[in-house]
Design a protein around this ligand. Structure first.
Ligand SMILES: Nc1nc2c(ncn2[C@@H]2O[C@H](COP(=O)(O)OP(=O)(O)O)[C@@H](O)[C@H]2O)c(=O)[nH]1
Ligand SMILES: [Mg+2]
Length: 278
């Protein structure tokens, strides 16, 4: 659906506002669960999605050490739409592609390389932005899985230390503890290809898969009503914005009316003063 406005009316409401309205209306209420993988580039997003959709040849989502993807890539698997987003903090257009994916997604996997230390400034910015987009939902962090990737070669103590720093930083931002799991995607993919059970276990993928299944199950139970509720609350926010704009216009009109009425009264006073007996 698209709400049509004349050129003149478009100017009155502003392009940004109208883009937001159409974004929401475009967001059809279908019954597909969407999972978006987000994070800076080269953190292991595409590899992780290949692992999740069971493509151990890694040809579904493009894996590369260089930054290549600038658009979202969607893949339908087992009743779920998986969305790979371009790495954040490149050009602005990449971030806007990620934002588009975020707006239509239900669950999020945020990928960050373990060796990258704590949250970087662009990661913080995008997380706050997602929070503001999704602020209507109380269960914001329930819809996130934070993945620390590339655990290969790190000992358990080091992994725990970095998880704890990451946890503290996220708590600082959102005031609750998120679900964090450290994984080795490359070793999981190798394990699945070569049927190596111990390697698969060491990759921690089972923990990630279990948590994801849990979240999918919880979310799917009332997917339709949750989606309706999200869209309803977004539309309500837009209506509130329009109401406050109407109030502002009324105030502007009132103050203009006062000026004109004062002028009219002055004119009347003048005619009286001069005995013009109009
Ligand atoms: N050792 C290791 N390498 C990884 C892991 N995840 C991704 N990689 C490698 O990191 C590089 C970038 O991965 P990619 O999935 O394309 O990252 P994206 O840009 O975030 O999508 C590739 O060479 C992957 O093989 C991981 O968990 N462990
Ligand atoms: Mg990628």
């Amino acid at each position: 659906m698209n709400i049509q406005l004349s050129q003149k009316n478009k100017k009155l409401l502003g392009d940004d506002f109208l883009a937001e309205v159409n974004d929401i209306l475009d967001n059809d209420i279908d019954d597909y669960l969407r999972i978006a993988c987000i994070g800076l580039y080269n953190q292991g997003k595409s590899s992780l999605l290949n692992a999740l959709v069971g493509d151990f040849n890694e040809s579904t989502f493009k894996v590369s050490d260089r930054k290549e993807t600038t658009n979202n890539q969607e893949y339908y698997f087992n009743d779920i739409i998986y969305i790979d987003t371009p790495g954040l903090n490149a050009e602005d257009s990449d971030d806007s592609a990620a934002i588009r994916a975020i707006k239509k997604s239900d669950l999020f996997i945020f990928v960050h390389k373990l060796s990258g230390g704590g949250l970087t400034a662009p990661e913080e910015t995008i997380l706050k932005k997602i929070y503001s987009i999704q602020c209507s939902s109380k269960d914001f962090l329930n819809r996130f899985i934070f993945v620390l990737s590339n655990i290969e070669g790190k000992d358990d103590a080091e992994i725990k230390r970095i998880e704890s720093i990451y946890n503290q930083e996220l708590r600082g931002l959102f005031h609750t503890s998120p679900f964090i799991v450290s994984v080795g995607t490359s070793s999981y993919i190798k394990a699945m290809r070569e049927n190596k059970k111990i390697l698969a276990q060491k990759s921690n993928y089972q923990i990630l898969l279990d948590e994801l299944s849990r979240k999918i199950y919880m979310y799917k139970e009332n997917l339709h009503s949750t989606k309706q509720q999200h869209i309803r609350s977004k539309v309500n926010t837009l209506i509130e914005q329009l109401d406050s704009y109407i109030n502002q216009l009324n105030e502007q009109l009132d103050s203009k009316k006062t000026i004109v009425e004062d002028f009219k009264n002055d004119l009347k006073k003048y005619t009286k003063l001069k005995n013009l007996n109009m």
